[in-house]
Design a binder for this molecule. Sequence first.
Ligand SMILES: NC(=O)c1ccc[n+]([C@@H]2O[C@H](COP(=O)([O-])OP(=O)(O)OC[C@H]3O[C@@H](n4cnc5c(N)ncnc54)[C@H](O)[C@@H]3O)[C@@H](O)[C@H]2O)c1
Length: 385
Amino acid sequence: MYVCGKGTEGYGTILPAVFEAWRAGMVKKVHLAAATCNGAAEARRKASELETIMGVSPDIIYYPTDRDNTSAFQTAVAALEGPAAAFISVPDHLHFEITAYCLEHNIHVQVVKPLVPTLRENRKLIALEKSHNVYGAVEFHQRFDEANLKLRELIQDKALGELLNFRINFSQRKIIPTTTFRGWISHTDIFQYLGVHYVDLIHFLTGAIPTRLMAVGQKKYLVAQGIDTYDSIQTVIEWRHEDSGFISSHLSAWIDPDHSSAMSDQRLEVIGTKGRYQSDQKSRGVTLTTDTGGVEEINPYFSQFYPDIDGKCRQIKGYGPASIIQFLRDVRDISAGRKTLADLSGLRATFATSLIIAAVLEASKQSLSEHNRWVSLDFLRDNSQ
Ligand SMILES: NC(=O)c1ccc[n+]([C@@H]2O[C@H](COP(=O)([O-])OP(=O)(O)OC[C@H]3O[C@@H](n4cnc5c(N)ncnc54)[C@H](O)[C@@H]3O)[C@@H](O)[C@H]2O)c1
């Protein structure tokens, strides 16, 4: 779904962003590895439609072609020539194996969130990244959303005073757990899939590190459908930065009606001693109502097609593609010797910043399985000092 919009009427985010990078002359050849021949054929069909929409025809080789093969990505890696980068967008439990393989073959990688759900795997990937001297990024596109960059600036300038609370409501439609992720639902939960976005974002906004966490979940709708996973999870996290602390509470759910006016309903509220920031990240002010689609609230800022200046074709724009194209720009700069790996931190989501995510995901599962107890994350602060 995220690569090319499989199962939706759209085209996903990664493939359109790669088309845009092709238009900019950043990409010579694209190797697209699926796990099945049908998956590869579906990607080819979406790519062909994208060519018409976007007015560019990248050189793409598809894998597998003759038989279903979950190792087809290895054939693609073997075919690479010259400086190469890989986007890894597969179910969460496969991130580690495929990312490690690419790093071992000296390929720069950008992995969709969450990088990996365990600290052990995260540390191994950092070690591989270092030993092979390649760049590892994580695709946390919320860092590129201007509504969040404005908040970061306000926090840095102390316009909100001392931070007290973050409150996040983030939910998606029932179709995600019941259909889209049905095949790998047992390998994730709603906090790991959606909640992590704002854990990364809070670290990005504040520089703070989590110190402890507790989680509570509800199982009602999905278990009744034969899917043993939480409908919603509430997570409370204590954070510390320098000598100051604050709390975040995250409500993550995936049982919104399929007729809701947007796939994602997301709201963020931040309260400080001198101010409040409220960001409705679902209702961005654009509502479309049609006979066929009903009422839809469109996010014009995430990943949308817009006409190019000559009015002849469409370009993909938004903070989703921006995060992907920035990775390719970074890889191009490394390959040309304009940047070193040490230069690539700043506002980027890296394998190192993902350690916080992995620790929080482990603690969340522990709290859920141990009667919602508080789980300490103090070791993260010790590591960072
Ligand atoms: N859907 C989104 O908007 C979104 C956004 C950001 C990140 N993500 C992340 O992207 C990842 C994939 O999510 P999705 O929504 O695209 O899920 P999905 O279930 O639609 O797609 C996963 C795809 O991976 C393929 N796959 C499995 N094993 C493979 C292998 N060995 N080689 C190649 N392909 C293989 C599957 O056939 C499937 O097509 C997840 O980690 C998810 O958290 C999704």
